[in-house]
Design a protein around this ligand. Structure first.
Ligand SMILES: [Zn+2]
Length: 508
């Protein structure tokens, strides 16, 4: 899979020759790119779990993260080109890091934007600051009651200050128009271009909204897909049936599968656990679909030639996913067809571990989530159950296949950082390595990003290695990634990304 000091010839998108050379040299349809001696070509990186439109939106929206006070925020908002309808929206402010730590109020916003409604989400997503124009549209005044689970922050005489907490946010949010399809098209283009900078040649887009499918179709027809995308379409309520979305197999865009949510996340106590959370015994999360419904939905999907991806984080959700997989695998009509993936698969009951291999269920994991979650949050939420969580090597030892992704925009889509997490497994709080036996070798880590994603979706004959006759999807790195095994902190940059013999990113 690795090509150090090689001469690679690519013609019309296919690798046609590989021979020895002093430096890495890649000739594409007669034009030669030369790289430094340590540069290494690997089979193109695949990010198996991300959200393309959401990533582009995050890259495009005004971020208030670095603002020091409300005036900084206003200055940034004045320059925004991005409107939802007539609304100005932005995210990321945090008064804890401002010069004045008191909760902001609407007055400065009213002065700057007397007629334009403004909605500014705080960094944690649990509160928002809005101006008077926004309150007026939402009919919020001193007589409005607080909704259940939310608060309209008020002055001493009962007038709204502009701060909305938790469920009170929805009172305003529901009035903000969505972005237009043109804006979403732009977000998708921006995200695809950004992904090339991380060496990614293919991304699996999770929970693709059905209305985005024609956007990808058009980009592909126009030759504007900078990387390959496999879509797992939103299917929680059979949206694909309602909107007549069927499997589609283009060169750059594929409607590959359906995506179901079985539970939420650990941070917000939404992951469905078999017993209470360690730091809140009364809570154990929620299952979002029952076994029969999910089985019937997924069966219908597989019979229509879709693959199936099930989001499951808590051990109860993973158990449910495996039960459904078992019913699908033994169903006479389904006849063993379809790739079945469990997205995240973060907590696994010991008895469930062997079922992954037995039922041919793929574990689609995000190594960097381990790094982020171990900032203390995961340790508090699940305590001793950390031992059966964020499993990697156990899956492999039990005969299962793992594939890897970042869940961008939740995390940066850096494959190199993901590989580092896989092989070091250091927690972000104190560097403690929970279950060191779960660490992967560098070969296993690279397999999960470069090879296994093609194996599980049956296109390994065309992708997943640098071989004559294969499609030229390559990632060029500044150093041999095998060096990470002994020296996980060395810097490795992406020098170029090549998709179908086309240079889509060149680090110059
Ligand atoms: Zn996700």
């Amino acid at each position: 899979m690795l090509a150090l000091s090689r001469k690679i010839i690519i013609e019309r998108g296919i690798i046609t020759e590989i021979s020895h050379s002093d430096n890495l040299e890649i000739t594409i349809d007669g034009r030669t790119l030369k790289f430094p001696p340590e540069a290494t070509a690997v089979a193109g990186f695949v990010d198996c779990h991300g959200h393309i439109a959401g990533y582009g939106m995050r890259l495009s929206e005004v971020s208030l993260k670095d603002c020091q006070n409300i005036q900084d925020c206003i200055a940034k908002l004045r320059n925004t080109q991005l409107f939802r309808g007539e609304w100005i929206t932005a995210f990321g402010w945090n008064h804890e890091s401002w010069t004045d730590n008191s909760l902001p109020t609407k007055e400065p916003l009213d002065e700057a934007f007397p007629d334009t409604p403004v909605y500014l989400t705080r960094q944690d997503g649990h509160s928002a600051l809005v101006n008077s124009a926004a309150l007026k549209i939402a009919h919020i005044n001193e007589l409005t009651q607080n909704p259940q689970g939310g608060e309209i922050v008020r002055t001493y005489d009962g007038k709204p200050t502009g701060m909305l907490i938790d469920n009170a946010m929805a009172l305003v949010e529901k009035h903000i128009p969505d972005y237009s399809i043109e804006q979403y098209t732009e977000f998708i283009k921006i995200a695809l271009a950004e992904l090339t900078k991380f060496g990614i040649t293919q991304a699996h887009d999770m929970d693709t909204e059905t209305r985005f499918v024609p956007i990808f179709n058009e980009l592909e027809l126009a030759g504007k897909m900078s990387i390959r995308v496999k879509s797992f379409v939103r299917a929680q309520n059979n949206e694909w049936l309602r909107d007549c979305v069927l499997p589609y197999k283009g060169d750059f865009f594929k409607v590959q599968g359906l995506k179901y949510f079985l539970d939420g996340a650990l941070g917000s106590y939404g992951a469905a656990l078999t017993r209470g959370y360690d730091d809140n015994e009364r809570k154990s999360g929620f299952l979002l679909l029952d076994e029969n419904t999910l089985f019937n939905y997924a069966k219908r999907g597989i019979l229509s030639n879709f693959d199936v991806a099930m989001h499951a984080i808590g051990d109860a959700a993973v158990n449910l996913a495996l039960n459904v997989a078992e019913k699908l695998r033994t169903d006479s009509l389904v006849g063993g067809r379809g790739t079945i993936r469990i997205e995240h698969a973060q907590m696994v009951l010991p008895n469930d571990l062997p079922r992954f291999a037995k039922l041919n269920v793929v574990a689609s994991v995000q190594p960097y989530h381990y790094t982020s979650d171990t900032n203390g949050m995961a340790q508090r939420r699940i305590g001793s159950r950390m031992r059966f969580s964020y499993l990697w090597e156990s899956f492999i030892q039990n005969g299962a296949t793992i594939i890897a992704g970042s869940d961008f925009p939740i995390e940066q889509p850096s494959v190199i950082d993901g590989v580092r997490s896989f092989i070091t497994r250091k927690s972000s709080l104190d560097g403690v390595v929970y279950s060191p036996n779960e660490r992967l070798s560098i070969f296993e880590a690279l397999d999960a990003y470069c090879v296994a994603p093609h194996r599980i979706h049956n296109d390994i004959s065309l992708f997943g290695s640098l071989e004559i006759g294969k499609i030229a999807d390559l990632t060029i790195l500044s150093a041999n990634p095998l060096l990470l095994q002994n020296d996980p902190d060395i810097q490795i940059d992406v020098l170029a990304t090549i998709v179908g013999g086309k240079v889509v990113f060149l680090n110059s």
